[in-house]
Ligand binder design. Structure first.
Ligand code: CP3
Length: 355
């Protein structure tokens, strides 16, 4: 990749890992597994190192980012690390006034409601704005050896929903009001956010991330028609910007059963599926050109072990009917989860899928 170091032995081992093989729809020795939000409050060792440090500040400290990213790899034995950061970090890096408030989520000081609000989203200068990301990713890739590092970013719609609403939202009223009532302003905002996220992803890839995930967590709020008309072109712009860099692209959202074919067509290699659609059905909807990722209902992690075990085996059986399967939850790890149960799930996935 541009600006990258010469490929090392570590990188060829990464390319040959079951994780990247599954993403490329090649045969694997076992189904790879990781958990969205695997680095975080479910882990006592995370709560310890984060104590007293605000979320967005912790993302700017490469040593802390490295430690937190490695914690779930050590603890759970997952097949990939996910870069510890947040979908809001690039906005903060270009100077947007925002915080991540504990137990609330991102809160924006001056929500975008008109053309003047748009000016907050200035172009990214990758080197000046995201040097701390480059430093952390390089450090991590050195420590991870044969374990792939997943880079990520927020899709334009999901990031826009925070910027427009001013914080987390259930029904996304203000976002949809702008989408329908001021479509040119909405398009201009999503276009700027597409460039911002593309820049964030490229920085991670150039520093050594070997796969990326685009999170469109809240896009399931849209109908397929509105998705196609108002959102898909901008997500396509992000995914196209990182096509040809040699890293598989995972595209994920929640409640997206009806959007899966469009999210695949936007430029994914792997489509993330929540727990509402069985993986073999998801694969039928998107076609044989894509691997799938998912999809244990996070709430099942709180059920008795025999229930969890049965569900994991069902998902592996569904996944075996697809061209490639990466095991995950259908959405992120919750702070109340028992880390030992997550470890047991990883062991079960590996044992039960061994070929
Ligand atoms: O997955 C990982 O382990 C890597 C790190 C990661 C974080 N956020 C760290 C984080 C990733 C991939 C994200 C993505 C993210 N951030 C998404 C998409 C994923 C999803 O869950 O749908 C979204 C919507 C955000 C925005 C955001 N940031 C929310 C909704 C929250 C939670 C608010 C809360 O406290 O419940 C955050 C904060 C955040 N991002 C935390 C972590 C570990 C918790 C902060 C803390 O520890 O105090």
């Amino acid at each position: 990749t541009a600006g990258g170091a010469a490929p090392s032995v570590g990188q060829s081992a990464v390319q040959d890992s079951d994780f990247l093989r599954a993403a490329r729809r090649e045969p694997v020795s076992h189904t790879p597994v990781w958990f969205m939000r695997q680095a975080g409050r479910a882990l006592p060792e995370y709560r310890k190192v984060r104590a007293g440090i605000p979320m967005l500040e912790s993302c700017t400290r490469p040593d802390l980012v490295t430690e937190i990213t490695l914690q779930p790899v050590r603890r759970y034995g997952v097949d990939a690390a996910v870069f510890f950061s947040d979908i809001m970090v690039p906005l903060k890096a270009i100077g947007v006034d925002l915080e991540i408030v504990p137990d609330v989520g991102p809160v924006i000081a001056n929500p975008v409601r008109d053309a003047s609000g748009l000016e907050q989203v200035r172009p990214l200068d990758p080197e000046a704005d995201l040097g701390f990301v480059t430093e952390a990713v390089r450090q991590l890739v050195g420590e991870l050896g044969a374990t792939p590092l997943i880079g990520f970013g927020g899709a334009p719609f999901t990031v826009a929903s925070y910027l427009i609403e001013g914080g987390p939202s259930k029904n996304h009223e203000k976002t949809k009001a702008m989408m329908h009532g001021a479509p040119e302003l909405f398009a201009a905002l999503l276009d700027r956010l597409a460039d911002l996220t593309a820049g964030f992803l490229k920085v991670q890839i150039e520093a050594g991330a070997s796969v990326v995930q685009l999170f469109d967590s809240w896009v399931g709020a849209l109908s397929p028609r509105d998705y196609q008309r108002y959102v898909m072109p901008h997500s396509t712009k992000v995914l196209d910007a990182v096509a040809g860099l040699g890293v598989p692209r995972i595209h994920f959202g929640v409640g997206t059963g009806e959007l899966l074919p469009l999210m695949a067509a936007a430029g994914a290699d792997v489509v993330g599926v929540d727990w509402r659609v069985p993986l073999d059905e998801a694969s039928r909807r998107i076609g044989p050109e894509f691997a799938v990722q998912g999809n244990l209902d996070p709430a099942v992690v709180f059920a008795p072990w025999p229930v969890i075990e049965a569900r994991v085996r069902e998902i592996l059986a569904d996944g075996a009917k697809t061209p490639g399967h990466i095991f995950n939850l259908g959405h992120g790890v919750l702070p109340e989860m028992d880390p030992d149960v997550l470890t047991r799930i990883v062991e079960l996935v590996h044992e039960a899928s061994a070929r």
